[in-house]
Design a protein around this ligand. Structure first.
Ligand code: ATP
Ligand code: MG
Length: 557
């Protein structure tokens, strides 16, 4: 089947399940999903998979999808991250209604539910420290040990829980635990901690709270408060599902959410864990969360990757229950496909000066050239031509190998959209490399000229020296040299396989039409790849980022 039609009519196991639920009138036929990031970092490609799934299911089944900040740990969270998350979801092309939701919006209701659990003898305050609780947890083969505080009276528990809320205790003095089963084969059901004391201001609720609910307790209840029908999450939460169900089963709901798990996205040559991405930023291996080498949505956007490339990628990756690593080549193919229609331009990344000996000093011509080769009669831009040009350094070789189609002494090439030139001689610089070429130009060789059809071996790109715009062009490459950086077993781990050549900065020259480009607008520099102006680019100092090369140059594949 065509991959694209598969994308518009999703048919993975989750889509099938939702379709069946809807057909059977479950939840009154409603489909409500949510994307629940913790605002403790920027979103990455793995999140894109979850976003495309959650919002995609809502779109496919005429439902809705909430964006919910899972903001229960003020120690690690900030509104900077929350703002970035909103920006990225919107950029991907999805809508979450007027505003995002926040787990912190539900702190009061979550507290009330906890009180109800205590009243029903289903939760108790434990006054042991973290170590003691952990030591009593047991193992996969040994049951846990009951806490000495497990049989506290309801009254005592209620009084202590209220005092915890009132701020009467230091961090760690008490926790609230669900009273489930210390002998359960599932460790998550062995009286999990559901509230802890954290005397920390929260980015949204300020100093209103000094107790904060734990993820497993908060998540299922937040889903239920929002009327979520299908709670889609990654496979590591499979073992938490019995707890998700236990908490919800203690209350009655109009809509009872169900958790369904799918496999995480793992991608070659990168890391998709906020902890690792955070380390890359804080240790200075990259310039920030939006460094174009980062697999974050902000980084990809800055590199010039269009959102539809990522939606296409997530569609092609598919939704399954089996873990697997996706090849970087697939992402790169989606990016190239999305950029195919980008306008073309001429730019020289490593300039080598060329003087045309038989072209008058003062003369200047402007050639029309189509913005896209597939529309030769379509929109045009104007390219200046003069006696002094720049060509790419590696488009000239003094002693070329056989089949070399570019310039060498005595040989001719065609300048893209221009004339045929022949190299007569060249200067050599102090470093022994060619520093300037002297060529002759055949002025009859352009379309319509007497020698227009003359056969030359190759066509190269160029710019007119006097007219060209100088620009700093950053050539980004993969951040890691190992396909599985997270799996590296050395002391430094992924740090030991950082690609030392992931960034090359060159002093390039661009055709003048590129001066009008807005940040993020991608063009193809012919023969070189796709590029766009960086958001920091100014007229006085132009900065371009390479979005992607024209073809896969890795691994000799
Ligand atoms: P990380 O492990 O990178 O810190 P996380 O799961 O803790 O990620 P959250 O902010 O909690 O990050 O993630 C929000 C949602 O995105 C969750 O539902 C999570 O399952 C999903 N998600 C995170 N990483 C991936 C991934 N690699 N593939 C698919 N979904 C993911
Ligand atoms: Mg998480």
């Amino acid at each position: 089947m065509d991959e694209r039609s598969e994308q518009s009519f999703p048919d993975h196991f989750i889509a099938q399940r939702i379709r069946k639920d809807q057909q059977q009138g479950k939840h009154g036929g409603a489909v409500v999903t949510r994307f629940p990031p913790e605002p403790n970092g920027f979103l990455h490609l793995g999140h894109a998979k979850s976003i495309c799934l959650n919002f995609g299911m809502a779109e496919a089944f005429a439902g809705r999808c909430n964006l919910r900040m899972d903001d229960t740990n003020p120690a690690k969270e900030s509104s900077v991250y929350a703002d970035a998350i909103e920006r990225d979801v919107t950029w991907l092309g999805f809508s979450y209604g007027d505003h995002p939701r926040h787990a912190s919006d539900y702190f009061e209701r979550l507290f009330e539910c906890a009180v109800t659990l205590i009243e029903r003898g289903l939760a108790y305050v434990d006054s042991q420290d973290q170590e003691a609780i952990r030591a009593q947890r047991g193992t996969l083969i040994e049951p846990g040990t009951e806490s000495p505080y497990r049989s506290r009276s309801v009254e005592e528990n209620l009084a202590l829980f209220q005092a915890m809320r009132a701020g009467d205790f230091e961090d760690g003095a008490h926790v609230l635990r669900a009273k489930i089963d210390m002998g359960s084969p599932n460790l998550n059901l062995r009286d999990p901690v559901i509230y802890r004391i954290r005397r920390l201001a929260h980015q949204r609720t300020g100093d209103s709270w000094c107790i904060y609910p734990m993820y497993d307790y908060t998540h299922c209840l937040s889903d239920a408060f929002e009327g979520i029908t299908h709670s889609l999450c990654t496979l590591e939460f499979e073992d938490h599902r019995p707890l998700y169900d236990w908490v919800l089963d203690q209350f009655s709901w109009d809509v009872r959410p169900e958790q369904i798990e799918f496999s995480r996205l793992e991608l070659e040559y990168t890391v998709l864990s906020k902890r690792h991405l955070n380390a890359l930023v804080t240790e200075g291996h990259v310039a920030g969360w939006d460094d174009p080498r980062m697999p974050t949505l902000a980084g990809l956007r800055r590199r010039g990757v269009p959102p539809q490339a990522l939606r296409d990628f997530c569609g092609r990756v598919g939704i399954t229950k089996s873990d697997g690593t996706v090849e970087m080549a697939l992402l790169e193919r989606c990016i190239r496909d999305a950029l195919e229609s980008a306008p073309r331009a001429l730019a020289v990344l490593h300039p080598l000066p060329v003087e045309l000996l038989n072209y008058p000093q003062e003369r200047e011509e402007w050639f029309d050239a189509p913005l896209h080769p597939k529309a030769p009669e379509g929109a045009q831009r104007r390219i200046p031509f003069s006696r002094h040009l720049f060509i790419e350094r590696d488009d000239f070789m003094e002693t070329p190998p056989k089949k070399y189609k570019r310039l060498s002494p005595g040989e001719a090439v065609r300048l893209r959209h221009g004339y045929v030139i022949r190299c007569e001689r060249f200067d050599v610089g102090a470093d022994g490399a060619p520093s300037k070429l002297y060529c002759t130009v055949d002025l009859e060789s352009r379309a319509g000229g007497a020698t227009a059809e003359q056969k030359v071996k190759g066509v190269i790109h160029w710019v007119s020296a006097a007219h060209a715009l100088p620009a700093e062009v950053r050539l980004y490459d993969r951040l890691f040299t190992d396909p599985d950086p997270s799996g590296v077993k050395t002391e430094g781990g992924f740090r030991d396989v950082l690609n030392p050549d992931s960034l090359e900065v060159c002093a390039a020259r661009l055709e003048p039409a590129l001066g009008a480009l807005a940040p993020g607008e991608v063009v193809q520099f012919e023969r070189l790849g796709y590029f766009c102006p960086d958001p920091d680019s100014t007229e006085a100092s132009r900065r371009f980022n390479r979005t992607i090369t024209l073809r896969d140059t890795w691994g000799g594949k």
